[in-house]
Design a protein around this ligand. Structure first.
Ligand SMILES: [Zn+2]
Length: 470
């Protein structure tokens, strides 16, 4: 757990903190914290069981939402939701791709710990998921997901009494099931997890969304369509003797289609929130919008999501408490593994001791931490990559050759200016953070004895359609 990290010895000249996240609070710790900081909130956080709804929009880049500063009006309904919620401006995913990152959201663990790192891996049975913790606390648990790597083949469904694998189809297929389930179960205490690939490739929003953002966009190359196959062929071409990039007009067209996908999902979300209100769940439920990673459009030479740059690892994380009890924007750096302990704390549910995220309850209340937040991420590809984000600095490390990149990501949003050569002290301190994390925190859970299940043909076909396998 992070709070047991041994102190990191940063160079004296560099006042970086060694354990910079707010301390993990037990369920009863919140009141003590409030006394300590002399804060008496007029609308305290819930500290009792109540419904939890998570809307997990796969491949949703934070910077493409209005509430995160995007110039296009892609997200009017999510923006309105954020106005009634706590929006974390700098939330980072623990990995740039779906399997490890989604598993981190569901377990509160780093990928190296929960074990789902490569595509053929699965979440360790010994991981205690959010759904398991809430189920054991007496909650009804239901997950409606879009298949692929969310399938239970990868052990993602641990703890869900109902784990409905839609094997594609997006919200058109999932939405009606979710609405029907809520009609039946809205009076209970429950965890409802809704996941969609609608913002993943293929970028094909369909009318009217496919024309919404075309103004000023140059015509794409004849025949170009941003399908999974086309985008993946660009991504994979770097491993060939003929690496390819999309021309600027095709990239801009792909972005316009991606943004159309976001607007389509946002429209669904507006309808969903209407039903939530009709059922009174806006008064009773905590509702979360989150994503597992963003998407690259050649800001760093490639497409899709495989690198640790902020275009891919900066994700939306927005938490609306019952009755919109707290509304604010939080600038502290947080991680998606923090969601699980946060939700467990505000539902007065025991937090499994293995959980590596920290509860964000103090930040929901507006408490200013003494030290900046910190986030870690990892990828086994490209020589083994790691990122640490702390304050306004992000360090990317390639473990195989110790290459480093350093960015002031808040002002250099596309991370184009590597300042590592100019800031050697900061680089050394941040590399020390990663090494300490690697040695003391990112410790694997025991491997399962049972072999991984073979993928069924429908799952294989869906992974092909998403562009993950050939
Ligand atoms: Zn994903």
């Amino acid at each position: 757990m992070k709070e047991t990290m041994s102190p990191i010895k940063a160079p004296k000249a560099l006042p970086l903190p060694h354990s910079s996240k707010p301390h993990h609070l037990p369920a009863t710790g919140l009141c003590l914290l409030l006394l300590a900081v002399g804060c008496t909130p007029s609308r305290p956080l819930p500290s009792h069981p109540h419904p939890i709804i998570i809307v997990d929009i796969d491949t949703l880049r934070a910077g493409h939402l209005g509430c995160y500063g995007y110039h296009r009006n892609t997200s009017p309904n999510i923006d309105a939701f954020a106005d009634e919620a706590v929006l974390f401006e700098w939330a980072f995913s623990q990995a740039p791709n779906t399997p490890p990152s989604q598993a981190s959201i569901l377990t509160g663990l780093y990928p190296g710990t929960h074990g789902m790192v490569f595509d053929e891996d699965r979440v360790a049975n010994s991981a205690v998921t959010l759904a398991e913790a809430l189920r054991d606390g007496g909650f009804e648990t239901a997950g409606f997901h879009d298949g692929g790597y969310l399938s239970n083949t990868f052990n993602m469904g641990q703890g869900f009494a109902l784990y409905d694998d839609n094997k594609g189809g997006g919200l058109n297929r999932i939405g009606p099931k979710v609405f029907a389930w809520l009609e039946q179960n809205h009076e209970k205490d429950f965890l409802l997890f809704v996941h969609t690939y609608d913002t993943h490739t293929p970028y094909a929003p369909g009318p009217p969304y496919d024309e919404e953002f075309l103004e000023g966009v140059p015509a794409p190359s004849p025949g170009f369509e941003p399908t999974s196959e086309v985008m993946n062929s660009i991504r994979l071409s770097k491993y060939t003797e003929d690496p390819k990039q999309l021309p600027a007009n095709d990239i801009e067209y792909a972005k316009a289609m991606y943004d159309g996908d976001i607007l389509r999902v946002d429209t669904w979300f507006g309808t969903f929130m209407e039903q939530v209100r009709e059922l009174g769940l806006d008064q009773r439920a905590t509702i979360v919008v989150i994503s597992d990673h963003g998407e690259e459009f050649q800001e760093h030479g490639s497409v899709l999501h495989e690198k640790l740059y902020a275009t891919v690892t900066h994700v939306p994380m927005i938490i609306r408490l019952p009755n919109a009890a707290q509304t604010r924007r939080v600038s502290t750096v947080v991680e998606t593994i923090d969601l699980m302990p946060t939700l467990l704390e505000i539902t007065a549910t025991s937090i499994p001791p293995q959980v590596q995220g920290n509860s964000l309850a103090p930040l929901l209340l507006g408490h200013q931490p003494d030290t900046p937040g910190i986030a870690f991420g990892e990828s086994p590809f490209f020589g083994g990559r790691r990122h640490v984000t702390i304050g306004d600095l992000r360090l990317l490390l390639t473990t195989s050759n110790k290459r480093t990149e350093l960015y002031r990501y808040q002002e250099d949003r596309m991370e184009q200016e590597d300042i590592s050569k100019l800031c050697q002290n900061e680089v050394e301190a941040l590399v020390a953070h990663i090494e300490d994390w690697e040695n003391t925190v990112r410790v694997p859970l025991p491997k399962d004895d049972e072999p991984a299940q073979e993928l069924d043909e429908m799952t294989l076909q869906q992974l092909r359609e998403l562009g993950y396998i050939q």
